[in-house]
Design a binder for this molecule. Structure first.
Ligand code: ADP
Ligand code: MG
Length: 296
């Protein structure tokens, strides 16, 4: 690639809010075979809303939200913001929680004072967290799922006492952005730490089939999934907002960061999409292909 062609290509990208940090990324984007999207904050808005609170017999909605909010107060996860907002709307003041701890890919845990003052273990998170805290699965009354929605379970003293469901809207440009990549002949995948129902639901809304969904991936394992794809011969682009996926961005052949993402993602991504527009991934690939054509 001639330096001039690269300069012209990067300049054209910058005009469209596609920030290409190095010439190699511009050259490489043209020969990608596979684009892997993170879900939360990348394909979705990243601001989930609580849509339903289901309580076990003997547990009130306000009490459940107060305890969940007490646990989430210490978390920076987008789901935490949804729960805090729902509690506030309900007028439920967050309960004081001791020994707060975030368990990546699971949820949050801590302790509250029981009736006799002794500590009772509490937690809020997914089915994996329920298994950890109760030693068994989600109880029958709390089973079921809604397409695209994330279910979180509130555990108190080894028992599930409530299920809180939250939904996160796909970005308005997501479906079009996925279709544009497929039109360019690329395989499009979704990689998420969320449960299968949530991940497949969002995938179907944006036009990604269930075969191309990898769900329930622990934060530390996202990079391994990308490495596995590379080992199978794919030339992989990872698109993320960086909350949990910075290592995967770094492992991919090309890492693309959403402009509204975390500072870490903006740093590690070789390409930054300033407009947070999913369609810009395809535009970057087209720009690369056009640049390479001019070079040859
Ligand atoms: P994602 O890939 O969607 O960013 P994460 O790895 O951050 O997912 O989290 C995976 C799953 O772990 C979430 O979908 C949720 O079920 C659970 N989880 C993680 N953090 C929290 C939290 N603070 N509150 C409730 N659930 C959580
Ligand atoms: Mg994310």
């Amino acid at each position: 690639a001639t330096p001039t062609a690269i300069m012209v290509g990067t300049g054209r990208g910058a005009e469209e809010g596609i920030l290409i940090k190095d010439g190699q990324a511009l050259e490489g984007a043209g020969s990608l075979t596979c684009v892997v999207f993170d879900k939360t904050g990348t394909l979705t808005e990243g601001s989930p809303q609580v849509t339903e609170v289901l309580c076990a017999d003997g547990t009130g909605r306000g009490d459940a939200l107060a305890l969940a909010a007490g646990l989430e107060r210490g978390s920076e996860h987008p789901l935490a913001r949804a729960v805090l907002a729902a509690a506030e709307e309900e007028g439920a003041a967050p309960v004081a929680v001791d020994g707060f701890e975030a368990v990546p890919g699971h949820g949050v845990v801590g302790a509250v004072a029981g009736p006799d003052g002794s500590p009772v273990e509490v937690g809020f998170g997914n089915g994996r967290l329920v298994a950890r805290l109760t030693g068994s699965g989600v109880p029958a009354w709390a089973e079921g799922s809604a397409p695209g929605a994330t279910d979180m379970y509130l555990v108190r003293g080894g028992t599930v006492v409530a299920r809180v469901r939250a939904a996160d809207e796909p970005k308005p440009t997501a479906a079009e952005g996925v279709a544009a990549l497929e039109a360019l002949g690329l395989r499009v995948m979704l990689l998420s730490g969320d449960g299968r129902a949530a991940a497949e639901g969002v995938a179907s809304l944006v036009g990604i089939g269930p075969d191309n969904v990898v769900a329930e991936v622990l934060p530390g394992d996202k990079a391994e999934v990308v490495e596995g794809l590379r080992a199978s011969g794919e030339k992989v682009c990872m698109v993320g907002d960086g909350i949990n996926d910075t290592p995967a961005l770094a492992t991919a052949d090309i890492g693309i960061a959403m402009g509204a993402g975390s500072d870490a993602a903006l740093e590690v991504g070789q390409v930054v999409l300033m407009h947070d527009d999913v369609r810009d991934v395809a535009r970057a690939v087209s720009l690369s292909r056009a640049t390479m054509r001019k070079i040859r």
